[in-house]
Design a protein around this ligand. Structure first.
Ligand SMILES: *[C@@H]1O[C@H](CO)[C@@H](O)[C@H](O)[C@H]1NC(C)=O
Ligand SMILES: *[C@@H]1O[C@H](CO)[C@@H](O)[C@H](O)[C@H]1NC(C)=O
Ligand SMILES: *[C@@H]1O[C@H](CO)[C@@H](O)[C@H](O)[C@H]1NC(C)=O
Length: 409
């Protein structure tokens, strides 16, 4: 063999070994027992990791990594289905008081229909397109009009851009329902993850501003509700199996609030909470509301506080106490629309949703809670080919609740 051929052969062997090792790292995700379709789930995490790594790599060459990751996550990651060619629905792009939105209206329906305002998730980063199939399916399975609001995304438009957009569109729908062919007394709102955060916040703000007519219901799918306690049992579980919840929360906070990079470490290290914020956090993120079996034996609440005079801690204290940013920090949860909370087991945010549900009940709000013990954060969009049964179960929980409050009362 010539020297050149040998080198080439060695090169191929080394490259193949590297590729296998890379695949191994990408595919390696330890999972707790009892998860539905574990290898499918590992594949899903592998694709997310690849999308994020590719984004970061492009970042090195001067592209904005978030744009690349958003494109990849939107286009290849989700097995989400689509509304295109759906024979049961009329789908229209509109603007509502200047806010872009997509209306999914069941065909051949002439009465004033109940309406579900759907606020898509995806960390405030994905676009409305990744949820097109979900919104269409909810419309089709309920015979309600679904309106998906296309709010502005981060990092380009930090808080409160999304809140303001969704608030404005929702108020417009409530107050112009008749001209939209909607029953004004049967308008509900809901969303998943970041969308659940915004839906809950808008419900709070409409209540506080005493906007009439009132929302009929709110649907909160594994919502983001607080940022002060990054050591909840579910956050520790997610950190053990998936990724560091504190580092992720830090990254999200920097993008969502549009604050300087120095906050990233400050939040990730966990020592940012002022004594005042820690006090509030214990009161509102109240572990007494968690079912005993979700708190590991010997678990002790982590409690580290910063210097109260620290300028950055003071800034975060204000943001992390703002109920429109983190609804679980609302002192008063009474007088809110009838609620459905859905949580999954493998989710850093699981406990926040459960505590919100229990606090709503305590405040006299009618609230239901559904928990998917074999599933994970993100499953709502996994309803197409190669998806998960739990995605469909989740849609079923949502549509059952919506039909019940909209048609049976
Ligand atoms: C709505 O806008 C999107 C682009 O954001 C486009 O892909 C889609 O075809 C439009 N839908 C309709 C029904 O016009
Ligand atoms: C929706 O309405 C159509 C037409 O009235 C009906 O055939 C269909 O069964 C309804 N779907 C649901 C889920 O109620
Ligand atoms: C947290 O901050 C306080 C006050 O600045 C400091 O005394 C303490 O050592 C810090 N703890 C950790 C774990 O960094």
């Amino acid at each position: 063999m010539s020297n050149r051929k040998r080198i080439l052969k060695q090169g191929v062997v080394i490259l193949s070994a590297l590729a296998v090792a890379f695949l191994g790292v990408i595919l390696y995700t330890p999972l707790p027992d009892g998860m539905e379709q574990p290898w499918n789930l590992r594949l899903y995490y592998a694709k997310s990791k690849l999308a994020i790594i590719t984004g970061e790599l492009c970042g090195l060459f001067g592209y904005r990594s978030i744009h690349i990751s958003r494109y990849l996550l939107d286009s290849i990651l989700l097995t989400h289905g689509t509304s295109i060619n759906n024979p049961y629905l009329d789908v229209k792009n509109v603007t509502l008081d200047g806010i872009p939105a997509r209306i999914y209206k069941p065909k051949d329906k002439h009465d004033y229909l109940p309406c579900f305002i759907f606020i898509h998730g995806g960390g405030f980063v994905y676009s409305i397109d990744s949820y097109d199939g979900v919104a269409a399916k909810i419309a089709q399975d309920t015979n309600m009009t679904v309106i998906a609001v296309e709010y502005r995304l981060i990092p380009e438009f930090p808080y409160p851009a999304a809140l303001n957009d969704v608030y404005r569109a929702t108020r417009f729908i409530l107050q112009n329902a008749i001209s939209l062919g909607i029953d004004p007394l049967k308008v509900s709102i809901g969303g998943d993850s970041a969308g659940g955060n915004t839906a809950a916040a808008v419900a709070l703000k409409l209540r506080d501003d005493n906007i009439q007519p009132k929302l009929l219901g709110q649907v909160l799918i594994y919502p983001v509700l607080q940022a002060c306690d990054l050591y909840t049992p579910s956050n520790l579980l997610g950190t053990r199996y998936l990724f560091d919840g504190r580092a992720f929360a830090a990254e999200m906070a920097v993008m969502a609030l549009g604050i300087p990079d120095r906050f990233r470490d400050f939040i990730a290290k966990g020592n940012y909470s002022s004594p005042e914020l820690t006090k509030k956090c214990k009161r509102f993120v109240n572990y007494n509301y968690l079912p005993h079996q979700l708190i590991p034996h010997g678990y002790k609440r982590t409690d580290i506080t910063s210097d109260p005079a620290h300028e950055d801690a003071k800034y975060l204290e204000e943001k992390y106490s703002d109920p429109y940013f983190v609804p679980l920090m609302s002192e008063i949860l009474s007088n809110l629309p009838q609620t459905l909370v859905v949580t999954t087991q493998l989710d850093h945010l699981r406990d926040d949703g459960i505590i919100y549900h229990k606090r709503l009940l305590k405040a006299g709000v009618k609230s239901d809670w559904r928990h998917l013990p074999d599933s994970f954060h993100g499953v709502l969009t996994m309803i197409g080919d190669g998806g998960f049964d739990a995605g469909l179960t989740m849609i079923d929980h949502i549509t059952t609740f919506l039909k019940q409050i909209s048609f049976e009362s």
